[in-house]
Structures are given as structure tokens and as C-alpha cells.
Ligand binder design. Structure first.
Ligand code: GTP
Length: 342
């Protein structure tokens, strides 16, 4: 399955930089060396095995923009699944930015009326009051996009916000995301886990999570809440690696607070922070140790986490708050769950 993704916006707004961070594993510090994109740079990115993102990075210089909107109009704007339009929050020519944006929206509406539109208000690291600046820009953009549903994110290549936006975008392109979430919930139950998160292997974008936890802010977790698995069958322990259980554990789970609040006070930005940290760690392993990254175990005072390969296109992370659960048991359950996800 192939999805055309248009990446558009003024020259210097940061399109190629974000593409290089997300899809080519380059660090933010190297983006200053990138040259301007000439015309359109097309890339095919294999995502989760079956899904191919056909990414069109459209150089934003005026001459190119004018050509996309005239002679190349139908080529650029036909068969688009998603348009991502990037706005530099510090742009010096906002009027021109808006004119091009409106023209692109009109062309998209004509040639791909079903396409989804995501607006990234980028370089947010350069503004002091992020929240109010983003809100101001969001209002302005929504007003300019009359009749078209748009989703606005504030992003920067220097923090996790870029992962949050891109995780949300690719999540909308994954056809079986709800099924993946259901399988993750089963795995979470089997491990007595607080939550289980699925990452795409190359980009480390979040694809799905086990539950839509109240603390979660990542839109990837906003799949409709899943029905709780049946509680009745006898439970087998997950604590020993000799008990290969892809079934719920014996131990009674900690009672959830009745008001539905999060008992572990999980950080709402934890998914995108994990993506960003693991990407940086992978980069360091490759560059400084000349080693490929495979898996990771963390045993902290409050929780344990195991990150391991699940399929050839994904990594899974299991987080448990029960100190009696061994990481070896979690790894075993990951191994047993593999065929469900392949
Ligand atoms: P064209 O190829 O001409 O369309 O430009 P582009 O939109 O691809 O811009 P590019 O990615 O080349 O980035 C231009 C400059 O912006 C580079 O020097 C980047 O380092 C810088 N940049 C990109 N993202 C950010 C960001 O989030 N914050 C800051 N401060 N600078 C950024």
C-alpha cells in the first residue's frame, strides 16, 4: 500500500531538516549543512513492511512554488494522502506564506479532496512563550483554512515535539492500528504491565499503545478505548521465564483509582520523549561504538522497562511498575507474542 505524503512550506521553514531527522536518523546539529531542495525530492520509505510512504519534499523557493501551482499543479496535487504544510514561526514574510498556503489548499481541494492536512508551526524553540504563540498561530491558520479540517502541531527539531506530530500523522495512515492496539493490550495483561508501546523500527515513531491512558497526550494513543479483556480465565504467572505465558498473570493488578486518574503519574510526553532519546542513543551506538542497537533494559526505582525487537519492522517497549516481575519474563513474553504481530 502506497501513500503519497506532500511536505510543503516556504524555503528554509525546515522541511528537509525534519525529514532527515525522522527518516534518516541524522541529528539536529547536522541540519544546518543542508542545502535548499531543488524542485521536488521524492523518497519511498517502507513503513511497517506493507505501507510505503511516498514522501514528496517540495523545495519552497518562490520559483518552485509558482511552478507547483501552475504547470506542475495536477502532478503535485493528485493522489495525495496527506499534506504536511510547514510554517516557520519566525518567518519574515507571513503574508506571502499565507498566500502560498491558500493556493496549495485550493489545489489540494481540487485534485485530492480526501487528503488530510497537517500544519506544523515549526522552530518553536525560537519563541519564548510557546503556548500563546502556538495558540495565536493556530487560530490564524484555522481561519485561513475555511471549510477544511486541519490539525496543527507546534514542532522543533531540538525536542520531542517533532516525534509527537509525526507519530500522529503516520498513525492516521496505518490501516490496522486498532488491531495492533488490541494485541498490545493483551500483551500488557500477560505481563502485568502498566503499558506497552509499539515503535516503528527505523523512525522510532509511535505506532500504537496498549491503552489510551488518561495521562497520554500522544495522539497515537487516542485510538478508541478498547474493551477490557475477560477477567475470568485462570491466570498463569509471568514472573518466571519458565512459564511461557501470553496470558494474564496471577497477581491482582493494582486497583485503578475510581476517578479514572493515572495511578503512576505517567509523564504525558513520555512516548515522544522515548522516541527522541532512543533515536539519539541508536545514533551514538552507530557512530561512536560502531555497533547496532538491539535492545535495552531499564530497572529504575519505580518501574522496569524492556525495549526489544518485536518484528522486523517494529520495536516494543513494556513498562511494569511491579518490582517482582523479572525482565527475563517480559522478554520471553515478547518472544511468544511475536507471531501475533508478524
Ligand atoms: P527548502 O529546501 O529551501 O524548501 O528549505 P527547507 O524547508 O527544506 O529548510 P531546511 O530543512 O533546509 O532548514 C533550513 C534551516 O532551518 C536549517 O539551517 C535548519 O538547521 C534550520 N531548522 C530546521 N528546523 C529547525 C528548528 O526546529 N529550529 C531551529 N531553530 N532551526 C531549524
Amino acid at each position: 500500500m502506497k501513500k503519497k505524503v506532500l511536505l510543503m512550506g516556504a524555503s528554509g521553514s525546515g522541511k528537509t531538516s525534519m525529514r532527515s531527522l525522522i527518516f534518516s536518523n541524522n541529528p539536529a546539529s547536522l541540519t544546518a549543512r543542508l542545502g535548499a531542495t531543488i524542485d521536488v525530492e521524492q523518497n519511498h520509505v517502507r513503513f511497517l513492511g506493507d505501507l510505503i510512504l511516498n514522501l514528496w519534499d517540495c523545495g519552497g523557493q518562490d520559483a518552485f512554488m509558482d511552478s507547483y501551482l501552475s504547470t506542475q499543479r495536477s502532478t503535485i496535487f493528485s493522489h495525495v494522502g496527506v499534506m504536511i504544510y510547514v510554517f516557520d514561526i519566525e518567518s519574515r514574510d507571513r503574508t506571502k506564506d499565507m498566500e502560498y498556503y491558500r493556493d496549495c489548499l485550493n489545489a489540494l481541494n481540487k485534485y485530492s479532496s480526501e487528503a488530510r492536512v497537517f500544519l506544523l508551526v515549526h522552530k518553536m524553540d525560537l519563541v519564548r512563550d510557546r503556548k500563546s504563540e502556538l495558540e495565536r498561530k493556530r487560530r490564524e491558520l484555522v481561519k485561513e483554512s475555511t471549510g477544511i479540517g486541519v490539525t496543527v502541531f507546534g514542532t522543533s527539531i531540538y525536542d520531542e515535539s517533532l516525534y509527537k506530530a509525526w507519530s500522529h500523522i503516520v498513525h492516521t495512515l496505518i490501516p490496522n492500528a486498532a488491531v495492533l492496539s488490541r494485541h498490545l493490550t493483551t500483551l500488557a495483561e500477560a505481563c502485568s504491565a502498566t503499558e506497552v508501546i509499539l515503535f516503528e523500527r527505523t523512525t522510532f515513531l509511535v505506532i500504537a499503545t496498549s491503552t489510551s491512558s488518561p495521562a497520554s497526550s500522544t495522539p497515537a494513543a487516542s485510538v478508541p478505548p478498547l474493551p477490557s479483556p475477560p477477567k475470568s480465565p485462570p491466570r498463569s504467572p509471568t514472573k518466571s521465564p519458565t512459564s511461557p505465558s501470553f496470558s494474564p498473570p496471577q497477581q491482582e493488578p493494582e486497583p485503578e483509582p475510581e476517578d479514572g486518574s493515572d495511578p503512576h503519574h505517567l509523564n504525558p510526553t513520555r512516548y515522544e520523549c522515548t522516541s527522541e532519546l532512543i533515536k539519539a542513543f541508536k545514533y551514538s551506538c552507530a557512530r561512536f561504538l560502531r555497533q547496532d542497537f538491539h535492545s535495552l533494559e531499564m530497572e529504575l526505582a519505580e518501574f522496569t522497562a524492556v525495549l526489544d525487537e518485536l518484528t522486523k519492522n517494529t520495536y516494543v517497549m513494556i513498562v511494569v511498575h511491579d518490582p517482582t516481575i523479572e525482565t527475563a519474563a517480559l522478554r520471553l513474553n515478547i518472544r511468544l507474542a511475536r507471531r501475533k504481530f508478524e
